[in-house]
Design a protein around this ligand. Structure first.
Ligand SMILES: Cc1cc2nc3c(=O)[nH]c(=O)nc-3n(C[C@H](O)[C@H](O)[C@H](O)COP(=O)(O)OP(=O)(O)OC[C@H]3O[C@@H](n4cnc5c(N)ncnc54)[C@H](O)[C@@H]3O)c2cc1C
Length: 217
């Protein structure tokens, strides 16, 4: 009869961005005592395309304690201030959805209430004129939001990155391995889930034989 045991090993399958992000995060946030293993197969390549991100990627990078300048060098990243939608409303039309705030709220009403009223009267320009994240890229400008100017519109600058997903996985792999994550090269060919606690055992093939393991998939 199967008995419930405390989780000891966590196995992460796949060494693309998803796998190494998970490994890097778990190695930072889980308490001591878990064995973290990542299995990836050289025979199954990663997608390896560029990654277009939104500002929440910065929260993740902070969670796993990446130095932003080093991260940018390692992943060949560029700053991203928003997303351009071409031919979205109609053919020939284009607009940039800038990250971050649009306009400034007033004491008695939200910005959008003022803007909508004036726009309907034909007296307000397009919304993107009120977003620093939209105006700046139109002029090929960028700066990080200054920490010492909280009341300036510059403090509203929000950003993400475009980077090479393959390089990001490689960079995170280095960080995760420093934190004790063990990588195994091999192809998982079978996973069996234990009914008693939902944990999984797995087996695989590789040039170096993969040992059987038990963990949470
Ligand atoms: C053209 C294109 C553009 C994209 N643009 C964006 C974008 O702008 N923004 C964005 O966020 N996402 C984007 N994506 C999606 C994103 O790139 C992928 O979702 C992401 O890179 C996939 O990462 P992954 O780790 O899930 O998979 P992969 O990088 O494919 O990695 C899979 C891993 O699993 C391993 N593996 C598979 N099967 C086994 C097995 N049986 N045993 C052992 N290991 C195994 C492989 O060896 C590999 O390491 C895009 C995708 C494409 C195709």
């Amino acid at each position: 009869m199967q008995t419930q045991q405390a989780l000891q090993t966590i196995v992460i399958v796949g060494g693309g961005t998803a796998g190494w992000m998970t490994a890097a995060a778990f190695s930072r946030v889980l308490p001591q005592g878990y064995r973290l293993r990542l299995v990836e197969s050289d025979a199954i390549s990663t997608i390896g395309v560029g990654e277009a991100t939104i500002p929440s990627i910065r929260a993740f990078n902070q969670l796993v304690e990446l130095d932003e300048d080093e991260f940018m060098r390692q992943t060949q990243a560029t700053f991203k201030l928003g997303i351009e939608f071409v031919n979205w409303g109609k053919q020939g039309d284009s607009y940039i959805h800038g990250f971050g705030l649009i306009g400034r709220d007033q004491i008695l009403a939200k910005f959008y209430q003022y803007w909508l009223k004036m726009y309907q009267m034909g007296e307000a320009p397009d919304l993107e004129h009120f977003s620093i994240n939209t105006v700046a890229p139109r002029h090929h400008k960028f700066m990080r939001p200054p920490k010492d100017m909280p009341n300036s519109p510059l403090a509203d600058i929000s950003y993400a990155f475009h980077f090479d997903a393959g390089l990001y996985a490689k960079y995170l792999r280095g960080k995760a391995e420093q934190q004790g994550v063990q990588r195994t090269e091999g192809k998982i060919v079978d996973v069996a889930v234990r009914e008693v606690d939902g944990s999984a055992s797995w087996s695989g093939t590789q040039r170096r034989p993969l040992d059987r393991g038990r963990g949470c998939g």
